[in-house]
Write a protein that binds this ligand. Structure first.
Ligand code: SAH
Length: 227
């Protein structure tokens, strides 16, 4: 076994399994996806540490444990079609692509979307499609989705996203009153007009900026998002 796969195995054991993530498929995906390929060259030696790392455009690649926790919370089946909002480096999308049939990932920074798409292509993750745009309104052209992961924190659950959930669909999203401090929520579509919601704990993500998220200067983007 080479050095980086040893580092990944250790990361999964010490940071992820030990903290309670159990789904074997999720642990396997976290062992397989080469996290070091998704971080900036000069940070490669930190790739398997227990924290988010900076990427381009002032954004971050999420902490490995948080990616695993969210992936487990989505309860993915191999036939599922998934949307990720906030593709960033493409790391979480790559993990999701090992657990589902098809992943659509939306990123608002063209620069990040282009490098994520290139990286995923090089690594052979050919069931991920990268889109540039505002993912707070989902990706209607590919909807509905069995699962939606939002990798940035918004002021409320965007109605556009629950609208794009298939029957039994799951949405995992960090939601909080201020742009850097959230609760991780799981919203499940139980019926055509019924949603249920669970709180999975405290998290800290970069802000979700868009029509159904925050404005660039940290205000709620839309009147209907007020409590
Ligand atoms: N999943 C990523 C984490 C990136 S951080 C990874 O594994 O690397 C969150 C990302 O969400 C940032 O790149 C940010 O630009 C993006 N983002 C924020 N608001 C967005 C929106 N409305 N639509 C799409 N992407 C958004």
């Amino acid at each position: 076994m080479d050095e980086t796969s040893l580092a990944r195995d250790r990361m999964v054991e010490e940071q992820i399994a030990r903290r309670g993530v159990q789904a074997p498929a999720v642990l396997a995906a976290m062992r397989t996806v080469p996290r070091e390929s998704f971080v900036p060259e000069e940070l490669r030696r930190h790739a398997h540490e227990d924290r988010p790392l900076p990427i381009a455009a002032g954004q971050t690649i999420s902490q490995p444990f948080v990616v695993a926790l969210m992936a487990e919370a989505l309860a993915l089946r191999p036939t599922d079609r998934v949307l990720e909002v906030g593709a960033g480096s493409g790391y979480a999308a790559a993990v999701l692509s090992r657990l589902a049939a098809q992943v659509h990932a939306v990123e608002r920074y063209a620069e990040l979307a282009a490098s994520a798409a290139g990286r995923l292509r090089e690594l052979g993750y050919d069931n991920v499609e990268l889109h540039i745009g505002d993912g707070t309104t989902g990706w209607p052209a590919a909807a509905p989705f069995d699962a939606i992961l939002v990798s940035a924190g918004g002021p409320a659950v965007p109605p556009a996203l629950t609208d794009q959930l298939a029957p039994d669909g799951r949405l995992v999203i960090p939601v909080g009153e201020t742009p850097g401090d959230q609760r991780l929520l799981r919203v499940t579509r139980n019926g055509p007009a019924t949603l249920s919601q669970e709180d999975l704990g405290a998290v800290r993500f970069v802000p979700l900026i868009g029509a159904q998220g925050w404005t660039e200067d940290g205000r709620r983007a839309a009147e209907w998002l007020r409590p």
